[in-house]
Design a protein around this ligand. Sequence first.
Ligand SMILES: [Zn+2]
Length: 459
Amino acid sequence: MQQLFQNAQIAQPDGTLLAVDILVTDGIIEKFSPARGEPAPAGVVATDLHGLFVMPGGVDGHVHFDDPGFTEREDFGTGTMGAAAGGVTTIVDMPCTSLPPVTTPDNFKTKMKAVESKAYVDYAFWGGTTPTFIDSGAFRRLLPELKELGVVGIKAYTISGMQTYPRLDTRQMVMLFEAARDFNMLVAVHAEDYFLATYYTDKIIREGRSDPLAYKDGRTYDAEPLAVSTVLALARREHTRVHIVHMSTSAGVDLVRQAKGQGIDATAETCPHYLLLNREDFVRLGSLAKCTPPLRDRYDNEVLWAGLLDGTIDYVATDHAAGIYPREKVTDNIWNAYAGMPGVQLRVSLMLHEACTVRGMNLYRFGEIMSTNPAKRLGLFPRKGMLAVGSDADFACIDPKAPMTVHAEDLYAKNKYTPFEGRELRGAVRQTYVRGNQVYDSSGKFPAGAGYGKFIKAV
Ligand SMILES: [Zn+2]
């Protein structure tokens, strides 16, 4: 089937917009031509995009959709509906928050079976491993098998709150890095030092504190740079490709900048909440805004922004991780609250407003931090992540001037809460297309429906 998407405003590398018609054949972009306002040739299905800003479909490289296993928090249906409504056309789900975790080919297949009829947008998987598999040596067999199945890489934790997915100690981390290098796999690390965070957390609990800042102080700032520095040192020594997830501290940014300068193959992501929220928001919102790592300080917001603008931070992901609301999220005792929040639906609008409208980021660069860079790092490029001939026709159509107020009740997430409640933005997603088919329309329709989304194998 041939389709012509007419009158799309797409960003050029210099940030200016160009009005084009996009010819799509069987879901793949075939040609761009200057928008002429002429009718489509016979046999070609025309869609007028009315001059909306058309960006490459968002790629959220870090979500927890909890399916199967923790589907009271989120499932693949509600999670990917939120993605579609937020202009995200590919999500990459973490291996650790579904049961069983994606650590073996059988577990991978179990997850695939559970989610494949539910997805509204395309999806990829992170793989994982466990301390037990490392100590037994089984990981050296399992990693290449997972790679063959198409995982984007292996996720590891230096500290973990999940009994079903424990942390690796430094010795196990080295062994994982050696294997990942041998099999040419990317390793993503949740980097907060276990001993430091645990020591201060226990101490503060003993002192009887249970306010939001007790959690922030316990999960101490220095735990992140300490772990980031270990990860980067191991990457340097073992020549492993590493990715630091949800970086939250200014010191973390400095370390990654330095490592990149030394030629270490390291990348980093941060999340909208680490860029836009801090201590004051945590005090104001309490347990609702509890996340891991915790929200930091205004200074960290600014250094993270600088890192994002200068390329030290490669992309923005959400770490979408919803707790059961209100049961797991509303409490006066910060230690009892679930750490995490839904985010996939708001990422594009929040960042378009804050990065481009407020901070002047060029719209092409915006496409890079939201789509191209994660697709490249995670082996999904050039099929995903870019408006280019030969790529999948995945795009979000946005009215950049349309005012939008964030309301939790508008989220498609199973648990509807957000620390951004009431925030006023400009930049509403009007339509989202995956492989040429409309998956979302802002009147609240999901035309392609559940099960349209396909698994995308990383290469
Ligand atoms: Zn996460």
